[in-house]
Design a protein around this ligand. Structure first.
Ligand code: NAD
Length: 462
């Protein structure tokens, strides 16, 4: 019998990862059975953190970065095994990105006025204990990214992670608390409960010791947080369109869009979810996607079968979210070679596989008469989320018009969507893009409150 070596290797790696998952929650740093206890522990550790020097806080952050690098592969495997979503190699890259490019204490900037009447400072101070809710699509990425920013700002944090990703989230939390302990900081800088539920998140949202809530997820959780009566940062859903006009480098646009769309099997909320292409270049774009970028064109009848498989009457079929193209095609009885990484078809903007945020490597292509028609269609497809949008064009007027009309927190030009996270683009990384509440790409400063510190008639030394 022929044994496929890759298959054996995959099975071995999966078994090893599962054994490590089984051991991971054994380290109980930051893990409680009762949400009230988790909040009390985070409150006690915040009292310590806020008295530590910025240097000491930065040492904790630097330990989190190092440990994230050391554990990138195991944590990526855990995420894929536990949620059934995503791509291990891409998740490793995401964790390294979080470790390297999430801002730390350097993000805290002081504003000063000095003059005859003295010196006034605006300092960015911590809120206290932050309540954070995290998605199953980027579970540990978000836990680590949030923790770095929140702790760097002098807060501690209690998470109510997605139940489908709790073991992966607990592994990340163990790592974060160990990073603090190794830096001489307290345990429980980041806490959670063993079994997060809507009830535990309700306790967190109402708790008197939680002044700030941060929700990363779909519309339900963001609305829940913003209805809590507390200050909330809402990082909600997107449905990012990629517009391609006649001035673009079409071959590169095809490559960039498919690279962005297929990254971690389309799980990132910023990833290209559909294309709007002007008529004159639509065929050429399709040609490059199919002949050079591993895209598989599906017929009308196959579109119907795929629609019935991925969209149930109750909404998205969770068994399809974050799956690769080959698996999705297999679900509708189509066998393709391993190089197929994306499913493509042409359709109207109202097609359910185009209008819905799928989080799967499926790219519907909508034709537009010209750039104005393309912009109108893209704005409709973004559904007012004001989250992310992308364009491939060399016409500055077209880019400017699109940017003004679509009004999103992120707009990537002539690159894959992940350039927005600092991956192949300038700027810092975050996995919490506060589209609903306007902070945009969150960082340490987003988790601070403004404090004015006034010295009258002294300390002006000009
Ligand atoms: P989800 O909305 O199902 O779950 C997100 C989190 O919210 C989970 O922890 C879940 O348990 C919790 N939750 C859901 N409804 C809730 C409610 N009514 N009250 C309290 N908690 C609730 O989303 P998901 O499938 O885990 O993640 C995918 C979604 O998140 C997509 O819509 C994606 O665009 C969005 N997302 C946004 C960002 C961003 O930065 N803006 C980042 C990642 C994901």
């Amino acid at each position: 019998m022929l044994i496929n070596e890759n298959l054996v290797q995959d099975i071995v790696q999966e078994v090893v990862a599962k054994m490590q998952i089984a051991e991971a929650p054994g380290g109980k740093h930051g893990v409680f059975t009762d949400m009230n206890d988790a909040i009390a522990a985070a409150k006690a550790s915040q009292a310590v953190i806020r008295r530590m020097s910025l240097d000491q806080r930065e040492q904790i952050i630097s330990n989190i970065r190092r440990k994230t690098h050391e554990n990138a592969e195991i944590i990526a495997r855990m995420g894929v095994n536990e949620t059934g979503m995503g791509n291990v190699g891409h998740k490793i890259l995401k964790h390294k990105l979080v470790a390297d490019k999430t801002p730390g204490t350097e993000d805290l900037k002081t504003t000063a006025w000095s003059g005859d009447r003295g010196l006034t400072l605006i300092e960015m101070g911590p809120f206290g204990v932050i309540g954070a809710i995290t998605p199953c699509t980027n579970p540990s990425e978000t836990v680590i990214c949030n923790s770095i920013g929140m702790i760097a700002a002098g807060n501690t944090v209690v998470f109510n992670p997605h139940p489908q990703a709790i073991r992966t989230s607990i592994f990340a939390l163990n790592m974060i608390n160990e990073a603090s302990l190794e830096a001489g900081g307290p345990d429980n800088v980041a806490c959670t409960v063993e079994k997060p539920t809507l009830e535990t998140s309700g306790i967190m949202m109402k708790h008197k010791d939680i002044p700030l809530l941060v929700a990363t997820g779909g519309p339900g959780v963001v609305t829940a947080v913003l209805s809590s009566g507390k200050r909330g940062i809402g990082a909600g859903a997107g449905n990012p369109p990629a517009v391609v006009d006649e001035t673009a480098d079409i071959r590169k646009a095809a490559e960039d869009i498919v690279n962005g769309c297929t990254f971690d099997n389309n799980l990132p909320c910023i990833a290209e979810k559909e294309i709007v292409a002007v008529e004159s270049i639509a065929d050429e774009l399709m040609h490059y996607m199919i002949s050079e970028q591993g895209c598989y064109l599906i017929s009308k009848e196959e579109q119907d079968r795929l629609t019935a498989t991925v969209l149930t009457p109750k909404g998205l079929n969770r068994k399809c979210v974050g799956r690769d193209a080959k698996t999705l095609l297999g679900m509708i009885g189509i066998t393709v070679p391993d190089n197929i990484r994306c499913i493509v078809f042409e359709g109207e903007k109202e097609h359910p596989l185009i209008a819905e945020e799928l989080m799967m490597p499926i790219l519907g292509v909508v034709r537009a008469r010209d750039i104005d028609d393309a912009i109108e269609k893209a704005v409709w497809l973004e559904h007012g989320n004001r989250h992310s949008a992308h364009i491939h064009s060399k016409n500055i007027d077209n880019i400017t018009k699109y940017a003004r009309e679509i009004d999103t927190a992120i707009l990537v030009k002539n690159a894959p969507s992940y350039a927005a996270l600092g991956f192949g683009g300038e700027g810092y990384c975050t996995f919490t893009i506060a589209s609903r509440t306007g902070e945009g790409l969150t960082s340490t400063k987003s988790f601070t409150k403004s404090r004015r510190c006034v010295m009258s008639d002294s300390l002006c030394i000009r």
